[in-house]
Design a protein around this ligand. Structure first.
Ligand SMILES: C[S@@+](CC[C@H](N)C(=O)[O-])C[C@H]1O[C@@H](n2cnc3c(N)ncnc32)[C@H](O)[C@@H]1O
Length: 325
């Protein structure tokens, strides 16, 4: 049975015409009743029953340990102050918060963790949940946050770029070309090619500077340039982005070239690398070699850590930007 959201979107399209893709995505993911991230049931990130996509922090705690080590380096570079407020954007299940705080305690970093998301997750030792970021903080963390912000899609007709939206063929949702994008930043491309632009990305990087952040660790599916498609996930498989809204995750690659350049312009040193490089720098091989693979748990740990690291898993599709100043 289709959700009420489907009915509301059909009604809206019949009344006002096709909706821009950004508005479609905002409704599909964040509609308070029926959105994919609505506050019902379990969070879709994770492994196992009822989840739709694995993320690095839900796969293995080593990812959070590596982030914590990077944060500890930032704290030391700032002169090891007596308190260190870390804000995590899009904290989801809270797995990263929990495991990173454990490692930060071990490293004796006096960190407090503020997890920000549209809904609260489980309690965090040494941390709290908020729905809006505080005005000032020392460090920021975001894993798969920017790619979950509603984005604009455009399609080339061979010369100009057209905004893409969603209309109706009968009762079925269908792609529609809307008006020409006047300020399109991309060179012309063959007809049918697409580009994505996340309008929330630049304001978010600006907000790190405005909050006085000294460092940030930003991880996402990424490319060094604009994304060329929207992706959809359902139950750990690719899906059609126009499948029933609210039942699939919508996402795109984050442009790390743009992120790095913008951060550098704001006075940050920006290091952009693959997740593989990032994990190697923080000792993932030692962690893999320490695993006792003779047990079932050890074998599962081994496979999950390799998935974080290898190019066939998360190792190269995911990029890490470490910002510091
Ligand atoms: C792809 S999930 C990633 C969750 C988690 N970081 C992980 O790696 O498992 C994206 C998360 O960003 C959250 N999110 C989206 N827009 C947000 C916003 N404006 N402020 C805070 N969180 C937001 C979503 O609710 C969702 O939990």
């Amino acid at each position: 049975v289709a959700s009420a959201l489907v009915g509301r979107l059909r009604e809206r399209i019949r009344r006002d015409g096709p909706v821009p893709f950004r508005d479609w995505m905002a409704a599909a993911l964040y509609d308070p009743q029926d959105g994919f991230y609505a506050a019902r049931g379990q969070h879709p990130a994770g492994v196992g029953q009822g989840t739709h996509f694995a993320t690095s922090p839900t796969l293995h705690p080593f990812f959070a340990h590596a982030v914590a080590r990077e944060l500890a380096d930032g704290w030391k570079s700032a002169g090891s102050p007596p308190d260190w407020e870390v804000v995590e954007f899009g904290a989801g299940t809270g797995a990263l918060a929990r495991d990173a705080m454990q490692e930060l305690r071990r490293l004796q970093v006096p960190a407090r963790w503020t997890a920000v998301d549209v809904r609260e997750g489980p309690a965090i030792k040494g941390g709290r949940w908020l729905t809006e970021a505080p005005a000032a903080f020392d460090a920021a963390v975001a894993n798969e946050f920017l790619d979950a912000l509603p984005f604009d899609l455009a399609e080339s007709d061979g010369e100009a770029w057209h905004a893409l939206g969603v209309g109706l063929d009968g009762d079925a949702f269908a792609w529609r070309r809307l008006g020409v994008v006047a300020d399109a930043p991309w060179p012309s491309a063959p007809a049918g090619e697409r580009r994505a632009r996340i309008p929330g990305q630049r304001p978010w990087v600006d907000s790190l500077e405005a909050a006085g952040a000294r460092s940030a660790v930003v991880v996402d599916y990424g490319a060094l340039g604009p994304a060329k498609e929207a992706r959809a996930f359902h139950g750990h498989d690719f899906a059609d982005p126009l499948e029933e809204p609210g039942t699939v995750d919508l996402t795109c690659d984050v442009d790390f070239q743009d992120l790095g350049e913008q951060a550098a312009g704001l006075g940050f040193t920006a290091r952009v690398e693959t997740q593989e490089r990032f994990l190697l720098r923080h000792g993932v091989l030692d962690a893999i070699n320490r695993i006792d693979r003779s047990t079932l748990q050890g074998n599962s740990d081994y496979l999950r850590l390799r998935q974080l690291l290898l190019p066939t898993g998360f190792g190269t599709a995911f990029k890490v930007a470490v910002l510091s100043r």
